[in-house]
Design a protein around this ligand. Structure first.
Ligand code: HEC
Length: 205
C-alpha cells in the first residue's frame, strides 16, 4: 500500500529521527495493524464496491508478503530467531489464502500483541500539520475518487472512523518518500503525531 510521491523539495527538518532498529520495530507493528484493519473491513465488506474489495484483497496480499520479510528483519535486530514465529506468519498467510477470515483476524490479533505499536506523545501543532497536508497530501486525498480499486480516502474521515493506533499505523505504512531516502516514511515522529492529531480533530477540509 504505497502512497508514493516525490518529496524532493522537502526541507531537511523532515529527516528521520529514529534509529534503524526502532524504525524496523515500528514498521512491523504498523504493518500488522494495517493488515488487521484491512482484514476486518474485508470481512464485514460494509460499503465496499466489488472493485474496492478486490483492491483490498490485493493490499492484504501485498502487506503479507512484506510482513514475512519485515518480521524476519525485526526479529534478527532483536536477536530473536524463532522458527516457530516464521511458521506462525506462514500459517497466517495460509488462512487468508483459503479465505478463513475469522481465523486470519484472530491470528493477526495475536501477532499484533507480540509486536505492539508504541503510542506517540500527543503533539498539537496545527500550523505545521496543515502546511504538510496542504502541500503534500490534499491534492489526492481531499476529494477522493472512490470508484477505483485503491482509493485515496479522505484522511480526516479515516482518522475519525479508526482508532488512534490504526490511523497512526496507516500514516506510517501508507506514506512513502522517494528513492533518495529508500522509500521510507519521510516524517519525523513529531510530524506524524502532529498530523495524526490534526486529522482527528479537524472537522473537514
Ligand atoms: C499522488 C496522490 C497522493 C498523494 C500526493 C498522497 N497520497 Fe496518500 N494515498 C494515495 C492513494 C492512491 C492511496 C491508496 C493506496 C492503496 O490503497 O494502496 C493512499 C493511501 C494513503 C494512506 C493509507 C490509507 C489506508 O487506507 O491505509 C495514508 C495514511 C495516506 N495515503 C496518507 C497520505 C499523506 C499524509 C499524504 C501527504 C503527506 C499523502 N497520503 C499524499 C494517493 C496519494
Amino acid at each position: 500500500m504505497l502512497c508514493l510521491f516525490v518529496m524532493m523539495q522537502m526541507p531537511c527538518s523532515l529527516a528521520d529521527d529514529l534509529h534503524d532498529t526502532q524504525r524496523d520495530d515500528r514498521r512491523v507493528a504498523a504493518e500488522i495493524l494495517v493488515i488487521l484493519g484491512d482484514a476486518r473491513k474485508f470481512h464485514s465488506s460494509k460499503n465496499l464496491t466489488v472493485s474496492q474489495k478486490k483492491g483490498l484483497a490485493d493490499r492484504i496480499r501485498g502487506g503479507l508478503a512484506s510482513l514475512v520479510i519485515l518480521i524476519r528483519i525485526a526479529d534478527a535486530n532483536n536477536q530473536l530467531i524463532d522458527m516457530q514465529n516464521q511458521k506462525n506468519i506462514r500459517q497466517l498467510a495460509q488462512s487468508f489464502g483459503v479465505n478463513n477470515l475469522v481465523e486470519f483476524i484472530a491470528r493477526l490479533e495475536t501477532t499484533s500483541k507480540r509486536y505492539p505499536l508504541m503510542a506517540l506523545p500527543m503533539v498539537k501543532d496545527e500550523k505545521t500539520a496543515r502546511g504538510l497536508h496542504e502541500t503534500y497530501c490534499a491534492a489526492c486525498h481531499d476529494d477522493p475518487v472512490t470508484d477505483v480499486e485503491r482509493p485515496a480516502f479522505n484522511l480526516f474521515e479515516q482518522a475519525r472512523q479508526q482508532t488512534g493506533q490504526e490511523f497512526l499505523a496507516r500514516l506510517i505504512v501508507g506514506v512513502r518518500g522517494d528513492r533518495t531516502i529508500g522509500l521510507r516514511n519521510p516524517f519525523t515522529l513529531k510530524e506524524l503525531a502532529a498530523l495524526s492529531n490534526f486529522y482527528k480533530n479537524t472537522v473537514s477540509n
